[in-house]
Design a protein around this ligand. Structure first.
Ligand SMILES: *[C@@H]1O[C@H](CO)[C@@H](O)[C@H](O)[C@H]1NC(C)=O
Ligand SMILES: *[C@@H]1O[C@H](CO)[C@@H](O)[C@H](O)[C@H]1NC(C)=O
Ligand SMILES: *[C@@H]1O[C@H](CO)[C@@H](O)[C@H](O)[C@H]1NC(C)=O
Length: 502
């Protein structure tokens, strides 16, 4: 079955499956089954900097594998080998920010990519010449074995009050940090690694999260990594200033280097560096909870867990424990994200065009008929069957026949296909367009926020903690990569995080 297979999970899964399997006749009230769209989007956005930044409050946990030999990076002030619990970045530019930093107190054991004080936002501040010679070190590693990690989706390494830490702190850590203030990164890392060892019997090597770049909290550097080289990074002064005569205002140089590297991973971490298990995963969306309750009033459509009592979270916590203690390493995971991609790539432009209101009713009907043509038997029309055929288009016969991922993808496909059929039947132009627009609202695909092509020296800027503005979230636009910061109200609040200004 889908998800972890303890009895409670099984029952909930059956209920969810049942709701997804209501026959087409009953589809009127279940045209847009609640939360199934979000499960689809969690699969689609997983391990992608773009979708995970926009849907930054992750509600799901996946078992993740990082193959042996994968290159990873750590930046600090020391050339000595790093031991114990530390942070690792997938992109060297991300790690180098921590080797280059002139700000903030030196952490006890050379911390990795977790300190807010080291972000480009702060690098904008110009300082006196002190510490100019104190550049740090970039440690390059390869994994000594296949790493087994818990992937906490969304922007789960972003230390914000906006919900990015909800799943981690409330589900995984069970409110253990409640009442404490600050970034609490070392606390989180220590707790997670203690749990990995004791509670989870060494079945996790660490966790995988995302901020401005994907990162790993690895519990045992010495055991799990081979150090390839340790290099001194360019001094802040030399690295920090562009050559004379060129772009002398370019003062966000860390960000310049870094943001390009992040944007390169908008559509995926790449290179099979991380393989997620989509067959069994845990998502708060599957428990019938009202995750959007508090946010609706302020117009924010992102989910939260902060308003739920511990009792409501218990089944999710238990299922997460069960997932970690019982995942099967020998099973090859089926790539449901690839199937979700086919759905999005096929319909994203199509739906936006159809819903644009620019087509006459007749043209709209023609377009829809073109799309659905392959699923129509013109000798024997049956719209129920047509919707069914259409919704199965991208699901191969060899795919697993159960699971949350399969059902979410099928359900979302069915919502698309049946809404298109309804719009085709509509004789009222406004009503047809309205149906398509409510479908788009329901789908809430992050691809629709794409800038649709920036120049080579530009990136499509969205808020990635602690950077970004509300306007960047609503209407992302191309900006010069060396000056990604926009004007206006800051997305994450004035201080960018719960610690305020350090
Ligand atoms: C490295 O040392 C400098 C200078 O003492 C300090 O400001 C910075 O925070 C340190 N960086 C890290 C990552 O420890
Ligand atoms: C940096 O190093 C140079 C050359 O070694 C030295 O002349 C200079 O005084 C140093 N600056 C500081 C701030 O320590
Ligand atoms: C994020 O939280 C901060 C601090 O509470 C707040 O000022 C800011 O408006 C929030 N941002 C969003 C997008 O809700």
């Amino acid at each position: 079955m889908t998800g972890p297979t303890n009895p409670g999970a099984l029952l909930r899964t059956l209920l969810l499956l049942f709701s997804l399997h209501i026959p087409f006749i009953a589809a009127s009230e279940l045209k847009f089954p609640p939360n199934v769209n979000h499960i689809f989007n969690a699969i689609h956005s997983s391990m992608r900097q773009w979708g995970s930044s926009l849907h930054h409050n992750g509600m799901s946990f996946f078992i993740a594998t990082v193959p042996k030999g994968t290159q990873l990076y750590h930046g600090n002030n020391f050339s000595e080998p790093v031991n114990g619990i530390e942070w690792l970045a997938f992109e060297p530019e991300h790690a180098m920010v921590f080797a280059r930093s002139r700000h903030g107190p030196p952490p006890p054991a050379g911390k990795g990519p977790q300190k807010r004080s080291q972000f480009p936002l702060q690098l904008q501040d110009k300082e006196s010449g002190q510490d100019q010679n104190q550049t740090g070190w970039l440690h390059t590693y390869t994994t000594a074995k296949e790493l087994r990690l818990l992937y906490i989706d969304g922007m789960s390494a972003a230390k914000t009050e906006n919900g990015t830490l909800d799943s981690q702190d409330r589900i995984l850590l069970r409110d253990a940090l409640k009442g404490k203030f600050g970034m609490l990164e070392r606390e989180r890392a220590d707790m997670i690694c203690h749990m990995a060892q004791e509670k989870y019997k060494g079945r996790l090597d660490g966790v995988l999260r995302m901020e401005a770049g994907f990162e790993i909290i690895l519990c045992d550097f010495a055991r799990d990594l081979n150090e390839v080289r340790v290099t001194r990074v360019k001094s802040e002064d030399k690295a920090g200033h562009p050559p004379p005569g060129r772009d002398t205002e370019g003062n966000i140089d860390g960000a310049k280097l870094w943001y390009k590297a992040i944007a390169a991973r908008y559509n995926g971490i790449g290179g099979n560096r991380v393989i997620l298990e989509y067959g069994k995963f845990v998502t708060a969306y599957a428990y019938g909870l009202d995750l959007f309750r508090p946010s609706r009033s302020n117009g924010n459509s992102l989910p939260r867990l902060n308003h739920l009592v511990a009792d409501e979270l218990r089944p999710i916590r238990n299922d997460l424990d069960y997932l970690i203690l019982n995942y099967d390493t020998s099973r090859t995971s089926y790539n449901w994200q690839g199937v979700a991609d086919m759905v999005v790539q096929r319909y994203a432009h199509e739906l936006r065009y159809l819903a644009s209101g620019r087509l006459t009713l007749q043209k709209l009907h023609e377009e829809i008929e073109n799309s659905l043509g392959p699923f129509i038997d013109y000798g024997d029309r049956n719209t129920g069957l047509e919707a069914e055929e259409c919704s199965m288009q991208f699901v191969p016969a060899g795919a697993p026949t159960d699971g949350l991922a399969r059902n979410a993808i099928r359900s979302v496909s069915r919502s698309i296909c049946s809404t298109m059929i309804e719009a085709w039947k509509q004789t009222d132009h406004g009503a047809a367009v309205a149906q398509l627009r409510s479908l788009m609202d329901y789908l809430s695909w992050t691809t629709w926020k794409d800038c649709n092509g920036c120049a080579d020296n530009e990136i499509c800027v969205i808020p990635i903690w602690p950077m970004g503005t509300v306007e960047d979230y609503e209407h992302p636009q191309c900006r010069e990569a060396s000056r990604p910061s926009g004007q206006g109200r800051r997305y994450w609040g004035e201080h960018g995080g719960p610690s305020g200004s350090q």
